[in-house]
Design a protein around this ligand. Structure first.
Ligand code: SF4
Length: 238
């Protein structure tokens, strides 16, 4: 069964501090008034323009295996090779903040308003990330409500293109999930359209399966190290 969700933009809009942090602004720094105002304007624009939608479908380990393997281009090993054998439940998921906000970002840059363009770009990326977290919470809430996992267990979203899972597996993910119903399509490059979207696998299991060292060969290329930030959440549950 698939869940198709319409989400209020106001529930996804990042705070001004997060938008500024995405521009490399450190907390407490002295900022020009127009920079701070730009972050607030970007928040208002995001709430006005974003049309967030999401889709989620629980899958068996067997069905997920073909999605994960894609065209056989994953790193050997990839991170999920260690996580999947200990996972208890899996779902495919995708979410988008819609095309209107992306078009506005393009217009702002083309019109020379680089400050607001960059702020709205950060707000839209942050909004897509928050949609991913919302899907994690939805799957977690559903599985705990039906006692299929323990409250101390965790659900995290892992995406093609990261941690050794080759981005070309987006094709198999899209073939299985069919997120076109929420307006999400896949380009030849495997990037999503609209760009401010997320896709991946929601993986449920003991919190410890989501804890790992960032010493894989592909970690050397990783600019975000996003696993470190969210790992704190799993550690707090132990
Ligand atoms: S450092 Fe980056 S590539 Fe390595 S596991 Fe963490 S998020 Fe993945």
């Amino acid at each position: 069964m698939k869940d198709i969700l319409t989400i209020a933009a106001a529930d996804l809009v990042p705070d001004a501090q997060s938008i500024l942090a995405a521009q490399g602004v450190l907390p407490g720094g002295n900022l020009r008034a127009e920079i701070v105002a730009g972050a607030e304007t970007a928040r208002e624009l995001f709430v006005e323009l974003a049309e967030p939608k999401a889709i989620m479908k629980e899958v068996s380990a067997r069905d997920f295996d073909s999605v994960y393997r894609g065209n056989g281009r994953n790193s050997q090993p990839a991170l999920l090779d260690f996580i999947l054998p200990r996972a208890s439940h899996l779902a495919l998921a995708a979410a988008t903040v819609g095309g209107t906000v992306s078009r506005r970002i393009t217009e702002l840059f083309e019109g020379g308003d680089y400050v607001l363009g960059a702020m709205l770009d950060a707000a839209a990326s942050g909004g897509a990330d928050r949609a991913s977290q919302m899907l994690e919470q939805l799957f977690y809430g559903r599985l705990t409500a039906t006692h299929e996992i323990e409250p101390i267990d965790e659900v995290y979203c892992y995406s093609p293109g990261y941690c050794g899972w080759h981005i070309s597996a987006q094709r198999q993910l899209f073939d299985h999930l069919r997120p076109e119903v929420i307006g999400l399509t896949l380009r030849e490059s495997f990037l999503m359209e609209p760009l401010k979207s997320i896709s991946g696998a929601l993986i449920a299991g003991p919190a410890t399966i989501h804890q790992f060292d960032d010493t894989f060969p592909f970690c050397a290329e990783c600019r975000t190290r996003s696993c470190r930030a969210r790992m704190g959440r799993a550690e707090k549950r132990n």
